[in-house]
Design a protein around this ligand. Structure first.
Ligand code: AIR
Length: 177
């Protein structure tokens, strides 16, 4: 089946689906190579989402405006990814009470440890649920968003259970020789 992501219009500033339940923000287009795994996983579960490049440092006003409008658009979860001085998830969390998941980007001088600490070390009162560095974190941010959405959507919970069963079956079928 063709992914909805691949159907999206070129030259748009965002990857967009109608009535998104999840917003995926990233600090730079260079993060998309990793964050496309978030989009693909959300697609796999049929979750409408919108992905957009917005930076806490380079476009702070636009980032705040976008996040502040999320609740009134019916969005339920935000995912924010950034590298280096990775403040995006924290800034996003400061401007909404919706759950915010942070994905630290790999690379740079400290290979993602800088991104991890910038994302995870939030002061008490403004939480960011921080995932692993890089691709695993990008995939898991989507799976955690699905878990959150599944609280009120029994059909989604069944899809998650089926996903886990299939994953377990694949591991058990592994042959070493
Ligand atoms: N970034 C962008 N604005 C603030 C931050 N922290 C991050 C991006 C990307 C890294 O800086 O999220 O991971 C490098 O961006 P670029 O555009 O130079 O490739």
């Amino acid at each position: 089946m063709e992914s909805p992501v691949s159907r999206l219009v070129k030259d748009s500033d965002r990857v967009m689906q109608d009535n998104p339940l999840v917003l995926v923000l990233m600090g730079s287009k260079s993060d998309w190579e990793t964050m496309k795994h978030t989009a693909q996983t959300l697609d796999q579960f049929g979750i409408a989402h919108e992905c957009r490049v917005l930076s806490a440092h380079r476009t702070p006003a636009e980032a705040i405006e976008y996040v502040s409008a999320a609740e009134s658009r019916g969005v339920e979860v935000l995912i924010a990814a950034a590298g280096g001085a990775a403040h995006l998830a924290g800034v996003v969390a400061a401007h909404t009470v919706l759950p915010v998941l942070g994905v630290p980007m790999k690379g740079w001088a400290l290979d993602g440890l800088d991104s991890l600490l910038s994302t995870v070390q939030m002061p008490g009162g403004i939480p960011v649920g921080t995932l692993a560095i890089g691709k695993a974190g990008a995939t898991n941010a989507a799976l955690l968003a699905v878990s959150i959405l599944a609280n009120k959507r029994p059909e989604l919970r069944e899809k998650l259970k089926a996903f886990r069963r299939e994953q377990a079956a694949q591991v058990l079928a592994e042959k070493l020789l």
